[in-house]
Design a binder for this molecule. Sequence first.
Ligand code: SF4
Length: 540
Amino acid sequence: MLLDAGVVTRCRRRVHLENDPTMRDAPTSPLDLGVEQRIADAVEHRRSVAAQLGDLLGAQRTEVPRGLPYAERATLTLDAMREGVGYISGAQLPDDAEGGRRGAIDLLVRSGNGYVPVLVVRHKITDPGRGAKTSPIEHPVPEAAEADQTRKVRPQPRDQLRLVHAIRLLEACGFDAGDRTGGAIGVEADAVVWHDLRSPNWPGGRTALAEYDARFGDRLAVATAAATGDEPLAQPSRITECRGCPWWPICESQLREANDVSLVVRGEDATVLRERGITTVDQLAGMPLESAEDLQLTGVRNTDAILLAKAWLREMPLVRRVRELDVPRGDVEIDVDMESYADAGAYMWGCWLSGTNIDEEQGYRAFVTWEPLPDDDEARSFAEFWGWFTRVRRTAFERGLSFRAYCYNELAENRWMLASAERFAGKPGVPPVSEVKEFIHSAEWVDLFAVVRDQFLCPNGKGLKVIAPSAGFGWRDPEASGENSMRWYRDAVALDGGERDLTQRERLLTYNEDDVRATFTIRTWMTSEAANEIPYAEDL
Ligand code: SF4
């Protein structure tokens, strides 16, 4: 039994299923295309950082060829460590048969009498601030670390646990892992951020080392029980991770068969309910509302849990939480939807103008850059969006008309409006950050997601694609999804080289237009008589 670093952050049931020999041919769902793309992007990032380190470190560094068989790579890594090579890229550490673990690490750095592990990741590992311990990328050793005056550490628990995994493997093959420090090179690849893994900065004052050891021991027991056919140590229970998990078809049918309470109340709350003997949706739905106060749930209001269970049993996608639905409306209205590509930028701002005619063409328009991100042309498209948007807002004001703009979950739009104003400050038409802040904090900016969340109970989720069909809206593209749009974008701008696919541009524009039409449809439906046909929760 040899487990990789991923098990410590993976669902326990998934660890069971992956190690249960009777599940070997079970029908799982294919990996989501968006997830597949993210994996490919991460591989590419690691390759590019390895090449960068090759240029910077020259003969002090060796690279274990990735295409070789696994055992051969482990032997080459061990040989390089025994020779005391300064930097080993693409290291495959020898298996720790006794500890039950195996694993690779992007970079091993010679430090003191041994090695320290360094991960290469494609996410942000710092934020503006101060205090992170960093070394310059051209001298990536802990001895060169200093307190950074421009960056603070962005907590990435998963990275820290992966580093401990590598440290346990180093110890197992007899190498000194120094003072239990591990490094990470993030998406910017301009420095190494060092983590002291003995620091008691985990919940309960634990260290990353202790947290890892506890989790790994547990997952090893789960996997061993699964492999040997012992009583399973992990049962399915719906959690956030289920959404992208290949085992969902199997877990879902098991949960449905049992009418499991986690189908309605997921995560920790399901555990709390089970501990109180409430294991099925029927039991939850049967609870008197007056007894809800004792439930002590955290992810959902106590009475909502009972009402959600009732709605779920009646197969209702929506239930009104309030007698009278209410969405702030304006004389002039714009629905806004932004499309971004990972952390690289926001390439499209789509808008649907409706309401009183103010001599602007009504309907859909998109402000877009088709230059592969990151690219400064993004500043041009953002400035054009902001210029048009501000003009409509100002015209409405000058004509004595009220104005409202809508999005579905403002986190993404706010993030990229602020980030664009910051990154492109001083470029033509780009507003100051203060102007963007003034708008997003104003009553003119309405987050329709929050409105839906506050006024409906939604047993199947509150996402735009889940809610809009209740308002009678459907997407023209049967494959419309945020994850798929990432793939279309890559083809549209030829991010992987080759020809730019113009049909995918059209597809993205249609997808974006349907998103803004969906928010338009939901809010106009919510303020019409038709929405009153949705049952009221307390009448259930
Ligand atoms: S579907 Fe959910 S419960 Fe089942 S293995 Fe995956 S994450 Fe775990």
